[in-house]
Design a protein around this ligand. Structure first.
Ligand code: ADP
Ligand code: MG
Length: 269
């Protein structure tokens, strides 16, 4: 990575939480789209065998022949796996069916935790991205480990429901372990509360709990539960393109603004 000037180096961010259905993929797609809308060049790496980020961006199976699986196994370079999405400035490394087996296959390969980092750093000079967002699977196995080792920061979507905090303590421990062993500068950039339901007292209670525990790490922006957000993937579109005026889309626009603000503060600090 040190052959690239710091200004050109993309920020790599893992979007992680070992719980499924908390809004990782939705956040990856829509944060990336909001960044692309302000002329950032963004790459999403779909590391989930379910391939929801690939489907949600309307990438059909025929365009997923070279996937993140091949990148992890060293059978393709990162740029060979890149496909363009319909969003200008937003590219994707799709997931493929083989990825389900990668968790096991990786166990016996060299530098098994660093495969993605190696693939990204090997191609950085040729790929002028501002951001690489890694959409993680709902587990803390070798795929998520590869994402954490490759990343500068972690963004954690947290659904406003009972037990939200319990699950995240496991993730925090994993991040600490990755920091010690592979990636000393890794840090949580922020926690984003998702699927917030104004009519539900529990949502408020959970949000207060999470803010009490994580303090300023929690983004001010809260993503509301919004039917347009859940409809958008079946149209192969980010909600920002499907219905920009919806509350869900607007929340992701705000979140992107907050992410940019935090990054400026980090540079100054
Ligand atoms: P994960 O990637 O963590 O498994 P997803 O982003 O796929 O979670 O979200 C799980 C489900 O919830 C999906 O069907 C998605 O469309 C829906 N969803 C996500 N965020 C919202 C939201 N803010 N409002 C309504 N539905 C949402
Ligand atoms: Mg997902």
């Amino acid at each position: 990575m040190n052959t690239v000037s710091p200004t050109r180096r993309p920020r790599v961010m893992a979007i992680a939480n070992q719980k499924g259905g908390v809004g990782k993929t939705t956040t990856a797609i829509n944060l990336a789209t909001a960044m692309a809308a302000v002329r950032k060049k963004v790459l999403i790496v779909d590391l989930d065998p379910q391939g929801n980020a690939s489907t949600g961006l309307g990438i059909n199976r025929a365009n997923r022949k070279v996937s993140s699986y091949h990148v992890l196994m060293g059978e393709a370079s990162l740029d060979q796996a890149v496909v363009k999405s319909d969003v200008p400035g937003l590219d994707l490394v799709p997931s493929g069916v083989d990825l389900a087996g990668a968790e096991l296959e990786l166990v016996s390969v060299a530098r098994r935790e660093s495969r993605l980092r190696d693939a990204i750093s090997g191609r950085l000079a040729d790929m002028a991205y501002d951001y690489i967002y890694i959409d993680c699977p709902p587990a803390l196995g070798l795929l998520t480990l590869n994402a954490l080792v490759a990343s500068d920061k972690v963004l954690v979507p947290l659904q406003c429901e009972f037990f939200a905090l319990e699950g995240v303590s496991h993730l925090v421990k994993t991040i600490e372990r990755v920091k010690k062993a592979f990636n000393p500068d890794l840090d949580i950039q922020g926690i984003v509360l998702t699927m917030f339901d104004r009519r539900n007292n529990l949502s408020d209670a959970v949000a207060a709990d999470v803010r009490g525990y994580f303090g300023a790490k929690v983004f001010d922006t809260v993503i509301p539960r919004n039917v347009r957000v859940s409809e958008a993937p079946s149209h192969g579109k980010p909600v920002l393109l499907y219905d920009l005026r919806s509350q869900g889309a607007q929340a992701y626009v705000h979140l992107a603004g907050e992410v940019l603000k935090r990054e400026k503060q980090e540079v100054r600090a």
